[in-house]
Every structure is written in structure tokens, then in C-alpha cells.
Ligand binder design. Structure first.
Ligand code: B1M
Length: 210
């Protein structure tokens, strides 16, 4: 079994320390960090999603695998985020209220840092009012809203409405993303951009800020 397959298996097992050690071993072997992410960690968490959808595993299993994934990402974070010294802009990112999924949002933050954006990560389960406060405090160029549930996608639209009511909508570009989110949804709620993954999010942000 290749080391990338071993990483996937460890994420599937929810083996937090094992994942951390195996990712470190892959880094020592000079396996490319992007490959560790896309071909090792991601297939593991995606498999967990499929097993969960089929009712083969339950939330505690998913939580352990999510922790394993996050721990693996932490190991490769310095390699993925190795940008230069000049900040090209600022982004505020968070997962919207009612939604605890933060792995994708963390990757978006990481990849944005890698193209030299200053990233203010507000975390998960973040209310619309917190976004308004963050805009007033940090004056970002971009506000990124992540949602992983079909129910919390609606909150992305609500955040945009609250930004309008607070008079700050025109100060920022709003980017949305997350597994159930589409360009059609972005158009419907009046977001400025939909991006499908963290790499695309960072490319869009870089193009906009430079
Ligand atoms: Co949950 N969960 N979960 N979960 N979970 C999903 C999303 C689900 C699809 C699983 C399934 O049924 N197959 C399903 C949603 C169904 C739906 O709404 N249609 C689901 C469910 C139902 C639930 C609960 C309701 C389960 C329950 O309690 N009965 C519950 C809800 C809790 C809540 O949020 N209120 C729940 C809980 C959890 C855990 C807490 C156990 C855990 C999250 C832990 C954590 O994040 N710290 C969890 C996990 C891990 C998942 C799956 C398995 C994996 C999600 C993930 O991290 N993927 C997921 C199944 C799946 O997606 N395959 C599932 C990897 C990540 C890198 O991908 O987040 O899509 P993703 O991010 C991508 C892109 O979407 C994009 O970039 C990333 C890749 O580069 N992207 C953006 C994301 N945000 C972006 C923002 C952008 C741009 C791009 O711009 C700002």
C-alpha cells in the first residue's frame, strides 16, 4: 500500500496520532504537500462521508476522522501556506451560523494565506452580526462564507441581507462555497463569487486583490 493510501486508511479509522505520524513520514519522504492533501487526506474523509450517508457509521466515527484529517492538515500547513512577505489583501472567513463543519473552511483560509492574503478566521457557527462586526473592525476586501448543510446554505443568503441592512455590503466582495453550494445559488442570493474548492478560492482572491 502506498503511503498516501495508508494516510487515507488512517483518516477512515479515525486514528488521530497515526494520521499525524504518517503525514509527517510522508513529508520526510518529500511527498508533495498538495498530494498528501488531495490524494491522502481528502479521499479518507470523502469515504467517511459516503459511509455515513449509507448509515454504515455514526457521528462519533465522523468526528474522529475529522480530527484525524485536521491533525494531518496541521502537519502540512507550513508547507502549503509558505507565501511571501507582502500582503495583497485581507479576507474574513467563517462557517455560517448553525454549521459546525470547518475542515473545508480551514483549507480555504490556508490556501488564501498561501497567496499572501491576511486571513481573519472567525471559526464555525458564526452569526451574521459577527460578520458585520468583523467588517467594521478589519476592513477586509473579501468575506468568505462556508456552508456544508443544505439547511445552512440559506444562512449565506441571510448574511448578505444583514450586511446590506448594516450598510457594509458594498465594502466587500462576498465569496461563498461548501459542498452543496453552486454558482446558481450564488447568483440567487447575490454573492459576488462561488468557488468550488480551496485552490479556486485562493486563485479568485488573488486575482481580485492584485
Ligand atoms: Co457532517 N454532514 N454533519 N459532520 N459531514 C456532511 C456535510 C454530509 C454531506 C454527510 C452525509 O450525509 N453524506 C451531511 C449533510 C447533508 C446535507 O445537508 N445535504 C452531514 C450531516 C447530515 C451532518 C449532521 C446533521 C449529522 C447529525 O448530527 N445527524 C451534523 C450537523 C452538525 C452541524 O453542523 N450543525 C454533522 C456533523 C459533522 C461532524 C461534526 C461530525 C463532522 C464535522 C467536523 C468538522 O468539520 N470539524 C462532519 C463531517 C466531517 C462531515 C463530512 C463527512 C466531511 C466534510 C468535510 O470536512 N469534507 C461530510 C460528507 C462529505 O462532505 N463528503 C458531512 C472535507 C472538506 C475538505 O470538504 O468541506 O466540502 P468541504 O470543503 C471543500 C469545498 O466544499 C470547498 O473547499 C473545500 C475543498 O478544497 N469549500 C469552500 C468549503 N467551504 C468553502 C468556502 C469557500 C469556497 C470553497 O469560500 C468562502
Amino acid at each position: 500500500m502506498s503511503i498516501l493510501n495508508e494516510i487515507s486508511e488512517l483518516v477512515i479509522k479515525g486514528d488521530i496520532m497515526g494520521t499525524k505520524a504518517k503525514v509527517a513520514e510522508a513529508v520526510d519522504q518529500k511527498v508533495d504537500a498538495t498530494s498528501i492533501l488531495n490524494d491522502g487526506l481528502m479521499p479518507g474523509i470523502n469515504e467517511i462521508g459516503e459511509r455515513f450517508a449509507k448509515g454504515q457509521i455514526f457521528v462519533p466515527n465522523v468526528l474522529l476522522s475529522a480530527k484525524a484529517m485536521n491533525t494531518g492538515v496541521e502537519v502540512i500547513q507550513p508547507l502549503l501556506a509558505a507565501g511571501g512577505d507582502t500582503t495583497i489583501g485581507t479576507a474574513v472567513v467563517a462557517t455560517v451560523k448553525g454549521d459546525l463543519h470547518d475542515i473545508g473552511k480551514n483549507l480555504v483560509a490556508l490556501m488564501m494565506k498561501s497567496v499572501n492574503l491576511k486571513v481573519i478566521d472567525l471559526g464555525a457557527n458564526v452569526s451574521a452580526e459577527k460578520f458585520v462586526e468583523a467588517i467594521n473592525e478589519y476592513h477586509p476586501d473579501i468575506v468568505g462564507l462556508s456552508a456544508l448543510l443544505t439547511t445552512t446554505m440559506n444562512e449565506q443568503g441571510h448574511v448578505i441581507e444583514v450586511l446590506k441592512e448594516a450598510g457594509v455590503r458594498d465594502q466587500v466582495k462576498v465569496m461563498i462555497g461548501g459542498a452543496p453550494v453552486t454558482q446558481g445559488w450564488a447568483d440567487k442570493i447575490g454573492a459576488d463569487a462561488f468557488t468550488a474548492d480551496a485552490a479556486e478560492a485562493s486563485r479568485w482572491a488573488k486575482t481580485y486583490c492584485t
